[in-house]
Unconditional design. Structure first.
Lengths: 243, 208
């Protein structure tokens, strides 16, 4: 694409704009963009609806953004709400608000302090969550670290290190606990090093598995070590031969 | 379960890799998404793989991961054509294509110092069929034409080259993978070639 001629698109008030190649896209009012957008910076403090794909180096959503196509960001921060109606790829994603993706999510690093929903798979090297998520497919990450702040679910979780802990006890959490049960439900968990708390799973497979408090697991298969907290229920556990 | 498929558990026991490695390779696109086949069994959902393909792939990864980084490996397995330009002399020197193929190739594409990678993929496929003795040089020209005009339409999706002959007249077809084709009795299917595996072979040869 033409790198030299990048005009900025600044939206104040209500504007219908056309897609294209931009330097900075800033939305402070209510913007509707028709067509694909390629830009260096996407900043939305208002409300924006993009009727196409978005390709941006940096993205910051403090308001409300709706992308009807696929989205690619190098660096993305969401403090408001982002809906993507396609796959989303990125290098770094930070979610302090809410992100909903009708497709798969993949990138290097995900920092989740809010809410993430993906109907497809979710892939990253690092997945750090201190919030809640719903993943319709497989959560696949090298390092999965989850602090449960709400009920979360995924169909499968796979990776090298998987760690699920209950969130620290604060007044707010105690209050929240009256309304929500902070558990993770998942069909299968597979990884090398697994530590689980407050998790409901059908099958957990891996090398070294430690089951902390509050879990309900149907079957554990391990090849290295297995430890279990007395408050957890594991229906069956088998050690399989070292391959 | 039928014999062509292997469950994830069996695969790990057989190859000695861990869950972490498998998931890492999947993330790096070393193992294609569509090889993960989910089926329900009595224990719930299980993932199965096409046995031959996955065993060959894992074998390759294990043997080559010491020499190449995972990203380089992914690049090699990816069906996308690399953008590099290559010189025909280099390929002759590396014994990847023969002089005869290159002559045919320069006739078709015109002579230049270097050509894009995908042209060499075509040359490599022609070479393969020539070496197998199934195709004449003259037919090779037709093949180059088919590949040049139609292969880019697949946009890196897996496809198969079908070479048929009927009463001495040859024809080529490109079809997307897993399509079943039936011909009339007098048609002889001379060769069916998986283009993506050719691409992989060519990339492997170029790395060394």
């Amino acid at each position: 694409m033409n790198q030299d001629n990048r005009p900025d698109l600044v939206i104040h008030g209500t504007v219908n704009a056309a897609g294209g190649v931009y330097g900075e896209v800033a939305v402070h009012g209510f913007g509707k963009i028709k067509g694909n957008v390629e830009c260096l910076d996407l900043h939305c403090a208002g409300h924006v609806n993009v009727d196409g794909d978005v390709h941006a180096s940096r993205g910051k959503i403090e308001g409300n953004a709706n992308i009807c196509g696929a989205a690619h960001f190098e660096n993305m921060e969401v403090y408001g709400q982002l809906d993507v109606n396609g796959d989303m790829t990125f290098t770094q994603l930070r979610v302090d608000g809410s992100v909903k993706v009708h497709g798969s999510v993949s990138g290097e690093e995900i920092l989740l302090n809010g809410f993430l929903k993906a109907t497809g798979d979710c892939e990253a090297e690092v997945f750090k969550a201190k919030g809640a998520f719903t993943i319709g497919g497989l959560l696949n990450a090298g390092h999965v670290s989850i602090h449960l702040h709400g009920s979360s679910e995924a169909r499968e979780i796979g990776g090298e290190h998987i760690e699920v802990r209950k969130a620290g006890i604060s007044t707010l959490n105690k209050l929240m606990k009256q309304f929500f049960n902070n558990t993770l439900s998942v069909d299968t968990v597979e990884g090398d090093e697994i530590y689980l708390e407050y998790t409901r799973a059908k099958i957990v497979r891996g090398t070294n598995i430690e089951i902390g408090p509050g879990c309900e697991i149907d079957l554990v298969e391990y090849s290295g070590e297995f430890r279990q907290d007395s408050s957890s229920r594991v229906k069956e556990h088998t050690k399989r031969g070292e391959a | 379960m039928d014999r062509d498929y292997i469950s994830k558990k069996e695969l790990l026991e057989l190859t000695g890799i861990s869950y972490g490695q498998l998931y890492r390779w999947k993330r790096k696109n070393l193992i294609p998404e569509d090889w993960f086949i989910r089926r329900s069994t009595f224990t719930g959902q299980e993932t199965f793989f096409p046995k031959e393909k996955i065993m060959a792939r894992i074998d390759k990864i294990i043997h080559m991961k010491d020499d190449l980084s995972l990203d380089e490996l992914a690049d090699m397995f990816s069906p996308n054509l690399t953008g590099s330009m290559l010189k025909p002399e280099e390929l002759i020197a590396q014994n990847i294509v023969s002089k005869a193929t290159v002559d045919l190739f320069t006739q078709h594409f015109g002579s230049a110092e270097s050509y894009p990678f995908q042209h060499f993929l075509y040359a490599y496929i022609v070479e393969r069929l020539l070496v197998m003795g199934e195709m004449s040089l003259e037919e090779g020209k037709g093949l180059l034409q088919v590949l040049e005009s139609h292969y880019p339409k697949f946009q890196g999706k897996p496809c198969e080259l079908i070479f048929i002959r009927k009463m001495g007249i040859s024809a080529f077809a490109l079809a997307s993978n897993a399509s079943e084709l039936y011909f009339d009795q007098s048609v002889k299917v001379v060769s069916r070639l998986n283009v993506s595996s050719c691409l992989e072979e060519l990339k492997t040869k170029l790395k060394y």
